[in-house]
Structures are given as structure tokens and as C-alpha cells.
Design a protein around this ligand. Structure first.
Ligand code: ADP
Ligand code: C5P
Ligand code: MG
Length: 210
């Protein structure tokens, strides 16, 4: 005899992303160490967004013992970009589980494949793309003193990540530039100064006038 199961249909506790009103998405892009995570923390405190870092989601997936863990770990160590399918599933799940409808998606899309697949799968286009512009010398200095125990914050992997950023991620920024969506921020300045420029992007125009 099997166990008696309740015949009532399972009630979905979370609406699926498709049923929800399309969320507002801001992509946060910039080279490794340009300060994306740091500024996202400031933004969520002030502007009601939920922060989703693609890199953090991938690292959590490794820790969870997922079947993709070893593959993701190897890609991160080499500074390579994980297949979109994996990253988009993680982002979608995080968005569905959230009660918010405003997201800062940090470190994504990293290449053309990421960008096109996200749009095709979710039907979502970003309202704005924040681009943190910083020179390599400063990004290298920051990464080497980040001290979070990351397997990719060593000079060898950092050089690979800079290369991937130039070859694969800059074209994504250019794509959104052509659509007039990029707000470029000089990210080589101190954290507070960078945030002053970030705030302007999130402050409605009529409020700025007051
Ligand atoms: P990203 O997410 O773009 O890789 P992080 O936000 O993790 O970058 O920043 C990388 C390191 O640099 C962290 O240790 C952070 O504290 C530091 N950092 C971030 N922004 C600045 C800044 N404007 N000036 C100096 N150090 C910074
Ligand atoms: O953004 P973050 O520095 O945390 O990313 C760390 C690494 O995670 C990247 O160098 C890359 O290997 C992987 N990643 C990815 N695809 C993304 C974001 C991050 O493969 N969209
Ligand atoms: Mg980060």
C-alpha cells in the first residue's frame, strides 16, 4: 500500500515569472574589480532594488553541490564565461523567488550569448545599463587586495578576466550604447564619489530639479 496523498492540486506558492508583471531590470556592467558589487549594495539601501550578482549565484551553485559545480568552478578559475543556460536558470529562479519586481543584475550579460539568450528566454529588456568604467591598473590593485578567498583573484586569472572583458563584455556595452541605454560612470574614483554619480541615474528627473 502506498502512502495516502492529498488529492487536492498543489497550490503554487510563487507566481511564475511569466505570470508576474514584467520586472524592471537594470544591468550592472564593468570590468572585474570596477566596483559593481560595492555600488549595488549602496543602491539597494536607497532605491528598493534587489541585487542579483551572477557571479555570486554561480559560486553558491558550486557550494550547493550541484551537478554543474565542477564545470562552473573550472570556468571561474580560468576566467571563462559559463554557458548562458546555467546562469540564466539561476537568475530566473532568484527572480521568481523574490517578492520584488525591481532587480539589479550584476555581472550579466557578460557576452553576446548571455545577452541574446536572456532576452529570448525571459522577454525582458533592461531599462538602463550602468557601466562602471575603470582602468586596469586600479581594477588589478582592488582585486589583489579584495581578500575574499576567491580562486580567481590571482594575477594569472585576473589577466585572463581582463582579456575576456575586453573581447566579450565590451561588445555588450556597445550594443546597449547603440540603444541609448548606457549610463557610464567614472568608477576609478573613491566609493562615495562614484555613488554620487550612481544616485543621479536612479533619481527621477523632477526630483533632481528640487
Ligand atoms: P566587482 O563586483 O566589480 O568585481 P567589487 O565591488 O567586489 O568589484 O570591488 C572590488 C574590491 O575593490 C573590493 O575589495 C571593494 O571593497 C573595492 N572597491 C570597490 N569600489 C572601490 C572604489 N571606488 N575605490 C576603491 N576600492 C573599491
Ligand atoms: O562577476 P564576478 O566577478 O563575480 O564573476 C566571477 C566569474 O564568474 C567570472 O569571471 C566568470 O567566470 C563567471 N561568470 C560567468 N557568467 C556571468 C557572470 C560571471 O561565467 N554572467
Ligand atoms: Mg562582484
Amino acid at each position: 500500500m502506498g502512502t495516502v496523498v492529498d488529492a487536492a492540486p498543489i497550490k503554487a506558492t510563487n507566481e511564475s515569472l511569466a505570470e508576474k508583471k514584467k520586472p524592471t531590470v537594470v544591468f550592472v556592467l564593468g570590468g572585474p574589480g570596477s566596483g559593481k558589487g560595492t555600488q549595488c549594495s549602496n543602491i539597494i539601501e536607497n532605491f528598493g532594488y534587489t541585487h542579483l550578482s551572477a557571479g555570486d549565484l554561480l559560486r553558491a551553485e558550486i557550494k550547493s553541490g550541484s551537478e554543474n559545480g565542477t564545470m562552473i568552478q573550472n570556468m571561474i578559475k580560468e576566467g571563462k564565461i559559463v554557458p548562458s543556460e546555467v546562469t540564466i536558470k539561476l537568475l530566473q529562479r532568484a527572480m521568481e523567488e523574490s517578492h520584488n519586481d525591481k532587480f539589479l543584475i550584476d555581472g550579466f550579460p557578460r557576452n553576446e550569448e548571455n545577452r541574446a539568450a536572456f532576452e529570448a528566454v525571459t522577454g525582458i529588456e533592461p531599462s538602463v545599463v550602468l557601466f562602471f568604467d575603470c582602468h586596469e591598473k586600479e581594477m588589478e590593485r582592488r582585486l589583489l587586495s579584495r581578500n575574499e578567498g576567491r580562486v580567481d583573484d590571482n594575477i594569472e586569472t585576473i589577466r585572463k578576466r581582463f582579456r575576456v572583458f575586453l573581447e566579450s563584455s565590451i561588445p555588450v556595452v556597445e550594443y546597449y550604447e547603440s540603444k541609448g541605454k548606457v549610463r557610464k560612470i567614472d568608477a576609478a574614483r573613491p566609493i562615495e564619489e562614484v555613488f554620487e554619480s550612481v544616485k543621479v541615474v536612479f533619481t527621477p528627473k523632477n526630483e533632481k530639479a528640487n
